[in-house]
Design a protein around this ligand. Structure first.
Ligand code: DX5
Ligand code: ZN
Length: 217
């Protein structure tokens, strides 16, 4: 199975964002973390910045919304031409309607579950969604450690998706490095977000080398 890599620009240099978008062009998608300072304590960027990223990014956008009001905002992110828009399970008031609105705006619709959120209710909605994002850290910050306890949930999702025969991707996000990517893929992930392990710190290997190492692992 070939695994898709979606580097998170949360760990990029926001002052040199266009350069850093081009530095990951060997990946499959670019993961854009939208945080509102309410659903999560951290605040990142919003619609005007995402619209501009969509114009200059060499890769399709994998937008990860960590916001209190996805029902109002997610379709507007889809209208940027994003490849996929992921909304938080815990904040969506009418998930089925929201997924349909994202799809009709032209993006793949996805739902994210925090480490403590059950996956089972979402397995009945598989025909309404294109991807499940199993958070492998508490959302809000890059550079945290992978939570192994999320793996049984990922396996449950993998079994349900395979049994359904539907083209639903399973993404993991948080604490992914050369070792934890192996664990995540063995447990059923096919789409991998990696922030700090791709962008690293100045003086560490280039993102392209880091992406190649993740693929090799
Ligand atoms: C965390 C974000 C992640 C973050 C991952 O809430 O959703 O996408 O960028 O960062 P790393 O890969 O450093 O754990
Ligand atoms: Zn994310």
């Amino acid at each position: 199975m070939s695994v898709r890599i979606s580097p998170s620009i949360l760990s990029a240099d926001f002052v040199n964002l266009e350069r850093d978008l081009h530095r990951i062009s060997s990946a499959d998608l670019v993961h854009v973390d939208v945080m509102d300072g309410h659903f999560v304590p951290n605040l990142t960027l919003g619609l005007p910045v995402v619209q501009r990223i969509a114009e200059v990014s060499p890769l399709p956008l994998d937008i990860h919304l960590m916001i209190d009001d996805p029902d109002s905002w997610a379709p507007r992110y889809a209208e940027t031409g994003a490849f996929s828009v992921t909304f938080p399970a815990e904040a969506a008031s009418d998930p089925k309607a929201l997924a349909r609105a994202i799809r009709s705006a032209g993006s793949r619709a996805a739902v994210a579950v925090k480490p403590g959120t059950a996956i089972e209710p979402w397995l009945d909605l598989l025909d309404e969604i294109d991807m499940i994002l199993v958070m492998t850290v508490e959302p809000g910050f890059g550079g945290q450690s992978f939570i192994d306890d999320t793996m049984p949930k990922l396996r449950t999702a993998r079994e349900a998706v395979d049994a359904s025969g539907l083209d639903v991707w399973l993404e993991v996000d948080g604490g992914i490095n050369d070792e934890t990517i192996v664990t995540a893929v063995r447990n059923g992930a096919d789409t991998i977000v990696a922030g700090s392990s791709v962008y690293g710190r100045p003086g560490t290997p280039e993102p392209a080398e880091r992406i190649a190492a993740l693929r090799a692992a």
